[in-house]
Design a protein around this ligand. Structure first.
Ligand SMILES: [Fe+2]
Length: 200
């Protein structure tokens, strides 16, 4: 196959953005694209692995998140092409520029998985704010507007995860305490059993 354009070759843009602005903002957008794809995979993993009494709620919650993130990174990649640049598309190259790390393989407790999702959403929010500031300084107002919309949704996702991690419950009889839940393995299990026995 004959390549018609190299990855980092600037094509120009029809919207009147200078090469300097387009180059600077394309770099920002590419980092976000790569990072959103990491989180997209992570939400899929959590959607597949979640178990327990809230299985259905969480299963669908993760699905909503990966669908929303998919729509967002699609918009980011398309904006990149408007600027006259080619998005980073190869997964190995995306990993090199992403500011999020993939969760290790294997299953974790659901609260740990949610905590990782919340931390990653927070990191995205922090990085988006930096790019929004840069877009404003460079007078790239459309990218600024795009990223502001994405930031608002990112903060919502973060906030909703925090609610799932809340400790309050209307359920009577589920007496495991937060300490029991976040601890690992049999120790936590036997502690919870002992508490249940003592209360019986
Ligand atoms: Fe599914």
């Amino acid at each position: 196959m004959k390549k018609v354009r190299e990855k980092n070759e600037y094509e120009g843009n029809p919207v009147g953005l200078s090469k300097e602005t387009a180059t600077a903002m394309a770099k920002e957008l590419d980092r976000h694209l790569a990072s959103f794809i990491v989180l997209y995979h992570q939400y899929h993993k959590h959607h597949w692995l979640v178990e327990g009494p809230q299985f259905r709620d969480l299963h669908l919650f993760f699905e909503e998140h990966y669908n929303e993130i998919h729509a967002q990174y699609d918009a980011i990649a398309e904006r990149l092409t408007v600027m006259g640049y080619c998005p980073t598309c190869h997964p190995a190259n995306q990993l090199k520029i992403a500011y999020l790390e993939h969760e290790e393989e294997g299953e974790f407790r659901i609260r740990e998985m949610l905590n990782k999702d919340m931390d990653d959403e927070k990191t995205i929010a922090v990085e988006l704010r930096k790019s929004i500031k840069k877009a404003f300084d460079l007078e790239d107002f459309a990218t600024k507007a795009l990223l502001e919309g994405i930031l608002l949704k990112t903060e919502d996702r973060c906030h909703h995860i925090e609610h799932f991690l809340g400790e309050d419950s209307l359920s009577i009889g589920l007496i495991a305490l937060p300490g029991d839940i976040i601890e690992d393995g049999e120790v936590a299990e036997s502690k919870a059993k002992a508490k249940r026995k003592a209360k019986a």
